[in-house]
Design a protein around this ligand. Structure first.
Ligand code: ADP
Length: 430
């Protein structure tokens, strides 16, 4: 028995101990009166503390003013400590839950927790954005009432969650989501939603690229195979044979150019970021000018303008590939007698290499897509000009690795101007 209870029992006994001598030495009724008064006093005392306890349990306040009388003080003290411990535990649990929620919100993937009835219990803000949910109003709703796309509804109903579901968003057509449902606990589910738009896009680009390369190589290979078969099967005279061989050499050269450009693209892609070696631009543009004249074979009037003196920091081979492609395009897409101007211009704001021609020009609808691999404004003309469709892709890639950009202005039938603009950070003023 605790000291407090012992005290309470002693106090009760004290009444009886007082009443007995009074009843014995005086009148018995006087002894009973003393006993009743002591009982009454004890009842008042306990009632007072009991009502205090009752009031406190209705609205427990954690402050140490909660005091009782006598034996009650110890009980109140323990109650107070118990309540305080409880509140501290609740507070630390709340803090832990708050941290877990914050961690869920910090995830870059969408996360939704579903209860046993597939109703939303928790949903982070990424999932809200991805699926167009509003957690405030949608908590407790069945997920299939909010994400109604049949593919998702079937996936959820089939309960085969080994593989994630690829779902194109019905709100944003460009958004591709991978939804993986992971069962946990007692028939509860965690939905992990990843934005795989970029991965899907890269995957599609890779597939398109392989298809394009195969297509580009298949055409000359088919021509070559056709001629070989003809020459094997029929006797052809000397002139015909010579014509076939010339055409076969052209197709081989075409395949070689495609493979060469593919290798250039791949080496630019896999190379480390361009170093900061200083490239002698005066020598490079002079060489480009001479190469253009050689390629033109005197069919064009080609001039070189140099305004200001500066070099560039970067990878010489990449810059050379980019600028050579611009110059050779100008020569190839400008009919004989046309003019081509190469300008190397520098200033405080940066530098630019511009190639202007009076060639066939490009319809504005094609300009935004010209730097895509294998994109041509005019397929037949590109083939006749010995093009691979990869030149401007190489230019764009090499320039972007030097934080430079390509600007294209063109008018069909009038001419084009391709500008490679380099930022001041790449320029070394001489
Ligand atoms: P290609 O090997 O076919 O020339 P590019 O990637 O170098 O491929 O160029 C893509 C397309 O851009 C070309 O097929 C051509 O239609 C157009 N083009 C590029 N440069 C010029 C230019 N100077 N004048 C007219 N059209 C051009």
């Amino acid at each position: 028995m605790s000291a407090h209870l012992l005290k309470a029992a002693l106090f009760a006994l004290l009444g009886a101990a007082l009443a007995w001598p009074v009843g014995h030495f005086f009148e018995p009724w006087q002894g009973w009166a003393v006993f009743c008064i002591s009982l009454l006093l004890q009842m008042v005392f306990h009632f007072r503390n009991f009502s205090r306890l009752e009031a406190w349990t209705r609205a427990p306040v954690v402050d140490d003013t909660l005091e009782g009388d006598g034996a009650w003080n110890g009980i109140f003290g323990r109650l107070y400590r118990h309540e305080k411990d409880l509140r501290q535990q609740i507070k630390s649990r709340e803090d832990e839950i708050g941290l877990l929620i914050a961690a869920g919100q910090a995830l870059t993937d969408g996360v939704i927790l579903l209860d046993t009835m597939n109703q939303i219990q928790f949903c982070n803000s990424m999932a809200e954005t991805q699926l167009g949910l509003v957690v405030r109003t949608d908590r407790g709703q069945h997920i299939a009432n909010l994400v109604r796309q049949p593919e998702f509804v079937d996936y959820l109903a089939a309960e085969n969650f080994e593989r994630p579901l690829l779902l194109r968003s019905d709100r944003r057509a460009d958004l591709m989501l991978s939804i993986h449902v992971i069962p946990y606990g007692n028939d509860r589910k965690l939905m992990q939603i990843k934005d795989v738009t970029q991965t899907e896009r890269l995957d599609r680009m890779r597939r398109d690229f392989v298809a394009n390369v195969s297509h580009e190589l298949r055409t000359p290979l088919t021509v070559l195979a056709g001629f070989l078969e003809t020459m094997q099967e029929i006797e052809v005279d000397r002139d015909e044979r010579q014509r076939y061989l010339t055409l076969m050499a052209e197709q081989s050269q075409r395949m070689l150019s495609i493979v060469q450009d593919l290798l250039t693209l791949s080496s630019i892609e896999s190379a480390p970021p361009p170093c900061h070696e200083v490239v002698d631009m005066a020598t490079m543009v002079d060489r480009l000018h001479r190469d253009a004249q050689a390629l033109s074979g005197g069919r064009h009037h080609i001039e070189l303008l140099i305004e200001g003196q500066c070099d560039l920091r970067g990878a010489e081979s990449e810059l050379n590939s980019a600028l050579t492609n611009l110059v050779s395009n100008a020569v190839r897409y400008t009919p004989a007698g046309g003019k081509i101007r190469l300008t190397w211009r520098s200033g405080g704001q940066g530098a630019e290499f511009a190639v202007e021609d009076t060639g066939i020009g490009i319809d504005p609808s094609h300009i935004p897509r010209l730097t895509e691999r294998f994109y041509r404004a005019d397929r037949g003309r590109s083939r006749d000009a010995g093009g691979t469709g990869l030149g401007l892709a190489i230019v764009k890639h090499a320039l972007s690795r030097h934080q430079a950009r390509l600007e294209i202005q063109s008018t069909p039938g009038v001419g084009s101007c391709f500008r490679a603009r380099f930022p001041a950070s790449r320029v070394v003023l001489l």
